[in-house]
Ligand binder design. Structure first.
Ligand code: HEC
Length: 116
Protein backbone atom coordinates (compact mmCIF):
# COMPACT_ATOMS: atom_id res chain seq x y z
CA UNK A 1 0.00 0.00 0.00
CA UNK A 2 1.26 3.45 -0.99
CA UNK A 3 1.87 5.80 1.92
CA UNK A 4 -0.39 8.76 1.34
CA UNK A 5 1.46 12.06 1.51
CA UNK A 6 -1.48 13.92 3.08
CA UNK A 7 -4.20 12.74 5.38
CA UNK A 8 -6.95 15.14 4.41
CA UNK A 9 -9.31 14.78 7.40
CA UNK A 10 -6.45 15.31 9.84
CA UNK A 11 -5.18 18.34 7.92
CA UNK A 12 -8.69 19.78 7.90
CA UNK A 13 -9.06 19.29 11.64
CA UNK A 14 -5.68 20.94 12.21
CA UNK A 15 -6.69 23.91 10.07
CA UNK A 16 -10.00 24.32 11.93
CA UNK A 17 -8.20 24.14 15.26
CA UNK A 18 -5.70 26.81 14.20
CA UNK A 19 -8.52 29.13 13.16
CA UNK A 20 -10.36 28.59 16.48
CA UNK A 21 -7.21 29.10 18.54
CA UNK A 22 -6.34 32.21 16.54
CA UNK A 23 -9.78 33.72 17.11
CA UNK A 24 -9.64 32.93 20.82
CA UNK A 25 -6.21 34.53 21.17
CA UNK A 26 -7.42 37.63 19.34
CA UNK A 27 -10.54 38.21 21.40
CA UNK A 28 -9.73 36.95 24.87
CA UNK A 29 -7.52 39.74 26.19
CA UNK A 30 -8.12 38.60 29.74
CA UNK A 31 -6.42 35.32 28.89
CA UNK A 32 -2.99 36.96 28.69
CA UNK A 33 -1.03 35.49 31.56
CA UNK A 34 -0.24 38.04 34.26
CA UNK A 35 2.66 37.10 36.50
CA UNK A 36 2.17 36.88 40.26
CA UNK A 37 4.60 39.79 40.69
CA UNK A 38 2.67 41.92 38.25
CA UNK A 39 -0.60 40.98 39.98
CA UNK A 40 0.63 42.28 43.31
CA UNK A 41 1.91 45.41 41.55
CA UNK A 42 -1.54 45.93 40.04
CA UNK A 43 -3.26 45.46 43.40
CA UNK A 44 -0.87 48.01 44.90
CA UNK A 45 -1.73 50.43 42.07
CA UNK A 46 -5.46 49.95 42.65
CA UNK A 47 -5.19 50.56 46.40
CA UNK A 48 -2.82 53.54 46.15
CA UNK A 49 -3.48 55.31 42.87
CA UNK A 50 -7.11 54.41 42.25
CA UNK A 51 -7.76 54.65 45.99
CA UNK A 52 -6.57 58.26 46.03
CA UNK A 53 -9.78 59.19 44.20
CA UNK A 54 -12.07 56.23 44.77
CA UNK A 55 -11.33 56.04 48.48
CA UNK A 56 -8.70 53.97 50.24
CA UNK A 57 -11.29 51.26 50.85
CA UNK A 58 -12.79 51.92 47.38
CA UNK A 59 -16.07 53.02 48.94
CA UNK A 60 -15.92 56.21 46.93
CA UNK A 61 -14.43 59.65 47.32
CA UNK A 62 -13.88 62.08 44.47
CA UNK A 63 -14.71 59.11 42.21
CA UNK A 64 -17.58 56.64 42.74
CA UNK A 65 -17.23 53.49 44.83
CA UNK A 66 -15.52 50.54 43.14
CA UNK A 67 -16.88 47.82 45.41
CA UNK A 68 -18.64 44.76 43.96
CA UNK A 69 -22.03 46.26 44.88
CA UNK A 70 -21.19 49.37 42.83
CA UNK A 71 -19.96 47.50 39.77
CA UNK A 72 -21.99 44.30 39.58
CA UNK A 73 -24.55 45.62 37.08
CA UNK A 74 -22.00 47.25 34.77
CA UNK A 75 -20.62 45.30 31.81
CA UNK A 76 -16.93 44.37 32.08
CA UNK A 77 -16.18 45.88 28.65
CA UNK A 78 -17.53 49.27 29.71
CA UNK A 79 -15.46 49.28 32.89
CA UNK A 80 -12.32 48.16 31.04
CA UNK A 81 -12.81 50.99 28.51
CA UNK A 82 -13.26 53.53 31.32
CA UNK A 83 -10.05 52.36 33.01
CA UNK A 84 -8.04 52.40 29.77
CA UNK A 85 -9.37 55.65 28.31
CA UNK A 86 -10.71 57.55 31.33
CA UNK A 87 -13.90 59.60 31.32
CA UNK A 88 -13.49 62.86 29.39
CA UNK A 89 -14.45 66.07 31.23
CA UNK A 90 -14.10 64.30 34.61
CA UNK A 91 -11.06 63.65 36.83
CA UNK A 92 -10.98 59.97 35.78
CA UNK A 93 -7.69 59.73 33.85
CA UNK A 94 -6.78 57.23 31.12
CA UNK A 95 -4.53 54.41 32.36
CA UNK A 96 -3.61 53.03 28.94
CA UNK A 97 -0.02 54.28 29.28
CA UNK A 98 0.39 52.11 32.41
CA UNK A 99 -1.95 49.18 31.86
CA UNK A 100 -2.32 46.59 29.09
CA UNK A 101 -5.94 45.80 28.14
CA UNK A 102 -5.59 42.35 29.73
CA UNK A 103 -4.40 43.98 32.95
CA UNK A 104 -7.36 46.38 33.03
CA UNK A 105 -9.67 43.37 32.48
CA UNK A 106 -7.94 41.55 35.35
CA UNK A 107 -8.46 44.58 37.62
CA UNK A 108 -12.18 44.66 36.73
CA UNK A 109 -12.45 40.97 37.63
CA UNK A 110 -10.76 41.61 40.99
CA UNK A 111 -12.91 44.68 41.76
CA UNK A 112 -16.11 42.75 40.98
CA UNK A 113 -14.99 39.92 43.28
CA UNK A 114 -13.87 42.40 45.94
CA UNK A 115 -10.19 43.01 46.73
CA UNK A 116 -8.73 40.71 49.35
C1 HEC B 1 -7.85 61.63 39.73
C2 HEC B 1 -8.94 60.86 40.29
C3 HEC B 1 -9.12 59.42 39.82
C4 HEC B 1 -8.18 58.42 39.78
C5 HEC B 1 -6.72 58.48 40.18
C6 HEC B 1 -8.89 57.23 39.31
N1 HEC B 1 -10.20 57.51 39.08
FE1 HEC B 1 -11.60 56.21 38.38
N2 HEC B 1 -12.95 57.71 38.32
C7 HEC B 1 -12.78 58.99 38.78
C8 HEC B 1 -14.02 59.75 38.63
C9 HEC B 1 -14.23 61.20 39.04
C10 HEC B 1 -14.94 58.86 38.03
C11 HEC B 1 -16.39 59.17 37.63
C12 HEC B 1 -16.37 59.66 36.21
C13 HEC B 1 -17.79 60.03 35.78
O1 HEC B 1 -18.29 61.07 36.28
O2 HEC B 1 -18.36 59.29 34.97
C14 HEC B 1 -14.26 57.58 37.86
C15 HEC B 1 -14.85 56.46 37.33
C16 HEC B 1 -14.28 55.20 37.34
C17 HEC B 1 -14.96 53.98 36.96
C18 HEC B 1 -16.41 53.86 36.51
C19 HEC B 1 -17.22 53.55 37.73
C20 HEC B 1 -18.68 53.41 37.44
O3 HEC B 1 -19.39 53.00 38.36
O4 HEC B 1 -19.11 53.69 36.32
C21 HEC B 1 -14.07 52.96 37.13
C22 HEC B 1 -14.31 51.48 36.89
C23 HEC B 1 -12.86 53.55 37.59
N3 HEC B 1 -13.00 54.91 37.70
C24 HEC B 1 -11.73 52.82 37.88
C25 HEC B 1 -10.52 53.38 38.24
C26 HEC B 1 -9.31 52.61 38.42
C27 HEC B 1 -9.20 51.09 38.26
C28 HEC B 1 -8.35 53.50 38.74
C29 HEC B 1 -6.88 53.22 38.98
C30 HEC B 1 -6.18 52.47 37.94
C31 HEC B 1 -8.95 54.82 38.81
N4 HEC B 1 -10.27 54.71 38.49
C32 HEC B 1 -8.28 55.99 39.16
C33 HEC B 1 -11.61 59.50 39.31
C34 HEC B 1 -10.39 58.83 39.38
Amino acid sequence: MQPRPFNKPVLLKAAVLIVILGAAAGSAQAAEPISVDRQSGLLHLVRQDCGSCHGMTLKGGLGPGLLPVNLQDKPDDTLVDIILDGVPETPMPPWRPLLAPGEAAWIVTQLKKGLK
